[in-house]
Design a protein around this ligand. Structure first.
Ligand SMILES: [Zn+2]
Length: 338
């Protein structure tokens, strides 16, 4: 029995240290020049499961989606040669942005470790979930403009924490809500929220623009809105995107909380396959992370003037709703405030 326990502990330790390796995975860039090429890429990007993919491809992920003609598209895949051939057969000229994604990830991780060791500012490097929570608590203890609160708890019992930065004015003051890190692997998003929290809280009273932003609005900022996924992206799989929900009746883990809102739930761009990176979950708001965001926005009803979800890579501002190109009724007002 004792031997069995020791063996089990060994297996757990082995599983814990084994990271997903992306050696040989490639990132390709291609620019559609004809309507047919664009339609092919759009179709492929909206087939989140292996259905419709070139055969033998195990991973196909659009890091920059096809939108319009002459706009480049980035494709991450385990079989670059096959994908390249497929694109060439459609008359496109793919180029290789990353020949071996794993070596790129290793390089960036080493740069971050070295930068922290060299004493870089907290806001200039990437940090673990625990380090971010410590930073927020310390800021709240030392800066009267900042308070932190828990807006939800994940399946793995981690707090979803939101910082409020306020120069006073009571609970009816107009508010702005920012959320970062819904997709675990998009680390620059988490860092962007931390940067904004730091700038607002330390430069109030020194820079007129920032003073004005705080005097006009209370800021509610959730820098790690998917803590379980974020921790997993540090420890096990740098490119993990979803949360860590255990899906009953499937060996695959995780829900894309960005597909879990009650807005065209299960529609285009979302998958009902738990193994897909865009799996929307069993029902709208089934996930602790999307519930937390819903609840904080409901609590700010009548006060919230803007709610922005920050991701990375696409370099675009997207107005509601992501599933359609139809503009919402208040589109003009939104554009003017951007
Ligand atoms: Zn994202």
């Amino acid at each position: 029995m004792k031997r069995l326990v020791i063996f089990s502990v060994f297996m757990v330790a082995l599983a814990w240290t084994q990271k997903t390796n992306y050696k040989g995975y490639k990132l390709l860039r291609v620019t559609p020049q004809t309507k047919e090429q664009l339609a092919y890429l759009v179709n492929l990007s909206r087939s989140p499961d292996t259905k419709g993919w070139p055969s033998d491809l195990k991973t196909l992920d659009f890091w920059r989606d096809p939108t319009t003609l002459a706009q480049s598209v980035d494709i991450f895949t385990d079989n670059g040669a096959l994908m390249e051939q497929e694109l060439l057969s459609k008359g496109m000229q793919p180029s290789t942005l990353m020949d071996d994604v794993q070596s790129f990830l290793d390089r960036r991780q080493a740069e971050n470790t070295n930068s922290i060791a060299a004493g870089s500012r907290f806001t200039e490097t990437y940090h673990t979930y625990e380090e971010i929570i410590d930073y927020l608590n310390q800021l709240a203890n030392s800066n009267p403009l900042v308070s932190v609160s828990r807006i939800g708890v994940t399946d793995e019992s981690r707090d979803i924490v939101t910082a409020r930065i306020s120069s006073g004015g009571g609970d009816t003051k107009p508010a702005i809500y920012l959320e970062c890190g819904m997709h675990a692997r998009e680390w620059i998003a988490h860092s962007t929220c931390i940067w904004i929290i730091d700038e607002l809280s330390t430069l109030y009273g020194q820079i007129p623009e920032i003073t004005g932003l705080l005097d006009r609005f209370d800021w509610f900022i959730t820098p790690v809105s998917n803590p379980d996924g974020y921790v997993h992206s540090w420890l096990n799989d740098r490119l993990w995107r979803k949360n860590r929900k255990i899906n009953p009746s499937s060996p695959c883990i995780g829900v894309d909380t960005n597909r879990n809102f009650d807005a065209n739930f299960g529609g285009v761009g979302s998958s009902d396959n738990p193994c897909s990176d865009t799996y929307g979950g069993p029902s709208a708001f089934s996930e602790a992370e999307s519930q937390a965001m819903r609840d904080i926005l409901l609590s700010l009803q009548g006060r919230a003037k803007a709610a922005v979800s920050i991701h990375n890579n696409a370099q675009v501002w997207i107005s509601p709703y992501g599933y359609t190109t139809e503009r919402p009724a208040d589109y003009a007002e939104m554009v003017s405030s951007i």
